[in-house]
Design a protein around this ligand. Structure first.
Ligand code: TYD
Length: 135
C-alpha cells in the first residue's frame, strides 16, 4: 500500500464560490485535539521529523507544496494544492515539506495536543525506532 493516503472532501460549489467541509468522527480517523497552520514559508524545508503517537491530516489550503513521507523502508512524495484534498500522516512516519509557493498555507489537524516528547527529530533515531531497536 502506498504511503500516500489522500482524503478527498466533498466540494459544494455554486455561482457564489466553493465550499469544503470536514467533520470530526466522519471524515477523519481520529479525534481532533489541535489545529495549526504554517504560512509565510520560504526556502527552508519544514517537518523533518516523525511522531511516536501523533496522527495528522494535512491540507495545503492555499498555494501548493510537496510532502515527502518515509516509513523507514520507502520514501514517497506528493504535491498538495487546494483545500479539498488532505494527506493522512500516521504515527512513526518521517515527514518533510518542500517547494512552497509564496502563497502557501498549510493547515494541519492533529490527534493530540502539542507534546515535544512525542517528536523524533533525528532521522537515525527514527530508523532505530521503526526497526524496533528503540522505543
Ligand atoms: P515544528 O513542529 O518543529 O515545525 P515544523 O515541523 O512544521 O517544521 O514546530 C515549530 C515550533 O512551533 C516549535 O518550537 C514547536 C512549536 N509548536 C507549538 O508550540 N505548537 C504546535 O502545535 C506546533 C505544531 C509547533
Amino acid at each position: 500500500m502506498s504511503l500516500i493516503q489522500l482524503l478527498e472532501l466533498p466540494a459544494f460549489g455554486d455561482g457564489r464560490g466553493d465550499l469544503v467541509s470536514i467533520e470530526a468522527g466522519k471524515h477523519i480517523p481520529f479525534q481532533i485535539k489541535r489545529v495549526y497552520c504554517l504560512f509565510n514559508l520560504g526556502d527552508h524545508p519544514r517537518g523533518m521529523h516523525s511522531h511516536r503517537k501523533l496522527q495528522q491530516l494535512a491540507f495545503c489550503v492555499h498555494g501548493s507544496c510537496r510532502f515527502v513521507l518515509d516509513d523507514g523502508a520507502r520514501r514517497e512524495d506528493v504535491v498538495l494544492s487546494g483545500p479539498a484534498k488532505g494527506l493522512l500522516i500516521g504515527n512513526l512516519i518521517w515527514r518533510e515539506m518542500h517547494d512552497f509557493t509564496d502563497d502557501c498555507v498549510i493547515m494541519v489537524l492533529a490527534s493530540e495536543h502539542y507534546d515535544e516528547a512525542d517528536y523524533i527529530r533525528d532521522y537515525d533515531t527514527f530508523l532505530e525506532v521503526v526497526r524496533g531497536k528503540a522505543v
